[in-house]
Design a protein around this ligand. Sequence first.
Ligand SMILES: *[C@@H]1O[C@H](CO)[C@@H](O)[C@H](O)[C@H]1NC(C)=O
Ligand SMILES: *[C@@H]1O[C@H](CO)[C@@H](O)[C@H](O)[C@H]1NC(C)=O
Ligand SMILES: *[C@@H]1O[C@H](CO)[C@@H](O)[C@H](O)[C@H]1NC(C)=O
Ligand SMILES: *[C@@H]1O[C@H](CO)[C@@H](O)[C@H](O)[C@H]1NC(C)=O
Ligand SMILES: *[C@@H]1O[C@H](CO)[C@@H](O)[C@H](O)[C@H]1NC(C)=O
Ligand SMILES: *[C@@H]1O[C@H](CO)[C@@H](O)[C@H](O)[C@H]1NC(C)=O
Ligand SMILES: *[C@@H]1O[C@H](CO)[C@@H](O)[C@H](O)[C@H]1NC(C)=O
Length: 389
Amino acid sequence: MLRSMDIHRQRTLSLLIWLPVLVVLTQTLVVCSLECKDQCSEVGTQNATCDNTTGVWNCTCKPFYSGPLCSECKDGYFNTSSCQPCECDKNGAVNQTCDGHGNCFCKANVNGSKCDSCNDGYFNLTAGCVICECNGHSDTCDAVTGVCSDCKNHTTGVHCDSCELYYYRDDTQGLEDGCQLCPCDDKTSTQTCHYDADYDNNTGSVVCDSCKDGYSQPLCEDCADNYFMDNSTCQLCDCNGNINLEDTGNCDPLTGKCLKCLYNTTGRHCEECLPDYHGDPIIAKNCTYSPNKPDEPTRASTSTNIITITVIALIVVIVVIAGIGLYCYRQRHYRKAPLPFWTIELRKDDSMSFNDYHNLDSSLIDDVLVAPRGQLRMGDTSNYETINS
Ligand SMILES: *[C@@H]1O[C@H](CO)[C@@H](O)[C@H](O)[C@H]1NC(C)=O
Ligand SMILES: *[C@@H]1O[C@H](CO)[C@@H](O)[C@H](O)[C@H]1NC(C)=O
Ligand SMILES: *[C@@H]1O[C@H](CO)[C@@H](O)[C@H](O)[C@H]1NC(C)=O
Ligand SMILES: *[C@@H]1O[C@H](CO)[C@@H](O)[C@H](O)[C@H]1NC(C)=O
Ligand SMILES: *[C@@H]1O[C@H](CO)[C@@H](O)[C@H](O)[C@H]1NC(C)=O
Ligand SMILES: *[C@@H]1O[C@H](CO)[C@@H](O)[C@H](O)[C@H]1NC(C)=O
Ligand SMILES: *[C@@H]1O[C@H](CO)[C@@H](O)[C@H](O)[C@H]1NC(C)=O
């Protein structure tokens, strides 16, 4: 009994000894956890414990925070008043970190504080911003789709790779060339065109897309078959229906003369029967061979002959009358007035007497014999001619 009493006393005693130690330890623990709170960052710490065996403060950080005292931001976060995610674009940024203002580090040709947009002239952030593909006709494009904007040189299309309406280009020479205005007139075509490298046995040509009636490709300048150029427009050849429209070359493209008259007809417009054929070439179209029958064309030619002869005769008469008139006129106008003129006819045996023969030019009457008593007498015929000459 006494022994058991002793054991009980001993236990109570040891309890009395350890109790203050426990109290001290408990108090120390309380103090420790308060000090942990003070040491670990207030904004960054979720929970702080004190390792009572090692005495090292153990700070459990809130999300975004790091460091032994939870006072720093994790990579990818930045600190203003509290840690915030950088939110750098994963395609546009070099890495996911940012500076203290939250600016990310961008790849080339990328901009924006989060590196989430492309520089002008670049597109597709997913691909890290690549240069716009506009074939040299524009410097800008849609940042997302890459569709070129403001294509120059009359180009259009996603990559400025085609021509505007009414413009064309030889695409086989590359897409860098500008587009040219179609050489297609609005009077003869739809004004749209394209380049056909195979045209004309591979020499290539610009070709107007669609010509109006009567005009032919490539440029709708030339007349189509069965048309001819008249007054700078293409007119349908008039052959009075005496041609086969399925056929080609029915008329001369320059003059419009019908070249392939059918049904025994002939003439510029297939408007008459062939020689020795008779009938109605235009409506009944029944020109048939009948060589002897005098018919309208023959009569027509006879009357033509009569007219011709009459005209010629008239011309002859007019010419003759004019000739006579001219002759008379000349006669009247140019005939000289007769000079006063004396003719003295002397026969061989005639003799004249002058009152004063000494005044006569003796050289003129050299061979005239002067007879005695003032009489002139001609020697012979030769003397007579001498005086006259
Ligand atoms: C992120 O990139 C920047 C710029 O190149 C560099 O200074 C920084 O050290 C990088 N950060 C990490 C965590 O790689
Ligand atoms: C952007 O780039 C990505 C990856 O290279 C590609 O799959 C996508 O088709 C591109 N987008 C455009 C619009 O080019
Ligand atoms: C396209 O247009 C620009 C300016 O409008 C000009 O400088 C350039 O020479 C042109 N390019 C071609 C191929 O015509
Ligand atoms: C096309 O060119 C070839 C070779 O140059 C030639 O033999 C042929 O006659 C040409 N054809 C026409 C329709 O010009
Ligand atoms: C030629 O055509 C024009 C326009 O169609 C017209 O005004 C002119 O009178 C025509 N001339 C002749 C000689 O037919
Ligand atoms: C041609 O037809 C017309 C009208 O039908 C007729 O009057 C004429 O006699 C015909 N001529 C010949 C040569 O058949
Ligand atoms: C053309 O003349 C021949 C011979 O007279 C005749 O047989 C034929 O029917 C004529 N053709 C026409 C379309 O009249």
